[in-house]
Design a protein around this ligand. Sequence first.
Ligand code: PLP
Length: 417
Amino acid sequence: MRLSRFGESFGHGAGIVQLMDDLGRAAALNPDMLMLGGGNPGRIPQMERRFRERMQRILDDGDAFERVVGGYGPPQGHLRLIRALARLLNESLGWAVGPENIALTNGSQSASFMLFNMLGGQGADGEPRRILLPLTPEYIGYADQGAEPGLFTAGRPQIELLGRYQFKYRVDFDNLRVGNDVAALCVSRPTNPTGNVLTDGEVTSLRRLAADHAIPLIIDNAYGVPFPGIVFTEATPVWDENIIVCMSLSKIGLPGVRTGIVVAAPEYIEALSGMNAIVNLTTGSFGPELVLDLVESGEILDLSREVVRPFYERKAMAAVARLELDLSGYPFRVHKPEGAIFLWLWFEDLPVTAQVLYERLKARGVLVIAGHHFFPGLAGEWRHRDECIRINCSQDDARVHRGLAIIAQEVRKAYDE
Ligand code: PLP
């Protein structure tokens, strides 16, 4: 097979593809593997019941099922859901958006791919244009999304130590340089992998920075408000014509339906719809139909607030308490859990790299992700990258706790050897 440069950039050389292969192989070889690695949301019975009920109603309602699966929609996506989302965002968050501000995509992953390559890459003037990630660690899924190499540039964070065992990353505005080559800023809020939630002050400064450079600020809201609403701290959700907000149905428990939502100025929505038409014809209508009544009635807000958020908050707090106990006395810190479904652990001066720790844990039947994968676009050496791991605590409690106990044993062993 002879691939183009474009083809090669998405092949097996890509870090995320290798990592996913490795995780998949490890899980296939050992069915008892404790899966604290991937990004799968937890299974929440109350949410699952609600989705099943809705599915049953579609099946029982005349030819509703045939209408859902039997036709293409417009490239912008399912219009009735788009109208319902516009109303929900107006009423719940006060965002002045209409249907012209919303496009649906096949997952928010494909939204970021389209946005990054629409804005970044070689400009009409022949000059490279990049996406600046103001704070790394940042979402691993961005890392290989550039159709052209070198799409990302990134900043190191400031680290604020909190108490004996926690810390928080902050945007290092003093050292953040927005060059002429920067086409957009992008942050996930809450952040995958760290569970960080950028403060309102940081977001205000990023908005100002973007506006001053006449570039958009992309806020990846896959875990944010109003749904799934996995935020444990005070944080104002913001949108204006210079902000592109990406949302998703995945983390309320529907990653399999592949539905992403982009909220942006009409020019971006038109460009995205055009790209979507070329790549996908349209966006799948199954996810939109499954949540239509939840969005039209506003029940999705109550479920997010009363079911989804407490589910993850309880898991995160229990895991932190467990780790602080098991690793007490060791130079261990966890990023303050402020949202999302992960914990980010930092083992300062660990005698082995996080990759070695990953291998040792895999051999003991626990899958995590080594931290160095989460710094897309960050130039230069920085040992901190090799001192962190990401764990996902959203699976079954007993299995998570067994996994955490093994992690603590291996970390103690590494410090003691
Ligand atoms: N953005 C972030 C920050 C994520 O963590 C994920 C998935 O884990 C995505 C985007 C992609 O979500 P989707 O399933 O909607 O493609």
